[in-house]
Design a protein around this ligand. Structure first.
Ligand code: GA4
Length: 326
């Protein structure tokens, strides 16, 4: 079977172009797993196509999210929950970071979604049913990718990363980000920020978005900001800090950001799934990946420890450095 390894251009500021790997998940398994590992080592970022998640469900949740975000502010504020969850407007996290967006941050387990749906949707039971099945599907894709990564790395159990996402208390999140058109206040600001520069703390992130651009990634040796061309039918995959630690720094946890939406006509919406482990899972590099010429970089830590460090610091912090062995 032929693997679609076609490389799609992503546009760089000042009209330069760079390429990111586009990986067809229906391709030959051993080739796909090698391509994924290469992409994680070079960029920590790639795009997957033919992932098997029904586009119709993505579109439907997107439309329902727009219905929510189009409500008056007082109504949306009813979905504000204990921080950091629920509805948020311009505030990100607990340390004073801000951006030109509003969002819903949801714990991606059935009980949480069922209980929050009435604050979000006029048809809560169908909304929670759809979101639950989306989460199940996107988690399946994340696990598929994580297994391919383990196969591509070799020498480790194929389930080494996947098991962290499949426990009852795995820390899975779904974030619905709405970037409204904000041209007016930014007439004098060349680079208005929607969601500031950061790496994701978890293991793996899968991002779906509508056709409005905004996502930028810092790729390659030049560390330039590249604007990702949206592809609503694809998932963009982002390596998180924990995967970087578990691969002894071999995978990059890519720094990325979202620019404020300066389109005059269309809002940007992204649906982001974050796959994290159970709070008490220990994050450590498997001994097989530590070699004489690549000694252990990070000390073992639990996700609970990492998360509390993350929330005590600013968005853009290089937080994994804190866990480096001297
Ligand atoms: C970035 C990735 C996810 O969106 C998130 C964010 C979280 C939040 O918004 O509550 C954080 C941010 C994210 C990393 C640093 C801390 C925590 C905001 C912030 C300033 C939900 C996550 O897990 O980490």
């Amino acid at each position: 079977m032929v693997v679609a390894t076609q490389i799609n251009p992503i546009h760089v500021e000042k009209n330069q172009e760079m390429t990111i790997p586009t990986i067809d998940l229906t391709g030959d398994e051993s080739k796909v797993s090698k391509l994924i590992v290469k992409a994680c080592e070079e960029y920590g970022f790639f795009k997957v196509i033919n992932h098997g998640v029904d586009y119709h469900i993505i579109k439907t949740i997107e439309n329902e999210s727009f219905e929510f975000f189009n409500k008056p502010l007082v109504e949306k504020q009813r979905a504000e929950l204990a921080k950091p969850f629920g509805y948020g407007n311009k505030n990100i996290g607990l340390s004073g970071d801000t951006g030109e967006l509003e969002y819903l941050l949801l714990q991606a387990n059935q009980d949480f979604i069922d209980n929050t749906s009435m604050l979000i949707s006029n048809d809560p039971s169908s909304f929670s049913c759809r979101v639950n099945s989306y989460v199940k599907a996107v988690k399946g894709v994340a696990c598929n990718i994580l297994e391919l990564m383990a196969k591509g790395i070799g020498g480790v159990p194929h389930s080494v990363f996947t098991t962290l996402l499949t426990e009852d208390d795995s820390d899975l999140l779904l974030r619905l980000n709405h970037y409204p058109c904000v041209t007016h206040p930014f007439q004098h600001d060349a680079n208005p920020i929607g969601f500031g520069e950061h790496s994701d703390p978890q293991i793996l992130t899968l991002l779906a978005s509508n056709g409005v651009p905004g996502l930028q990634v810092s790729l390659g040796d030049s560390r330039q900001w590249l604007t990702v061309t949206p592809d609503p039918r694809a998932f963009f995959v982002i390596v998180g800090d924990l995967l970087k630690a578990m691969t002894n720094g071999r995978f990059i946890s890519v720094r990325h950001r979202a620019m404020a939406n300066t389109s005059t006509t269309e809002s940007r919406l992204s649906m982001v799934f974050f796959g994290g482990p159970p709070p008490h899972a220990t994050i450590a590099c498997p001994p097989k990946l530590v070699k004489r010429n690549t000694p252990l970089v990070y000390k073992p830590f639990t996700w609970a420890e990492y998360k509390s460090h993350t929330y005590a610091h600013r968005l853009g912090e290089a937080r994994l450095d804190h866990f480096k062995l001297s």
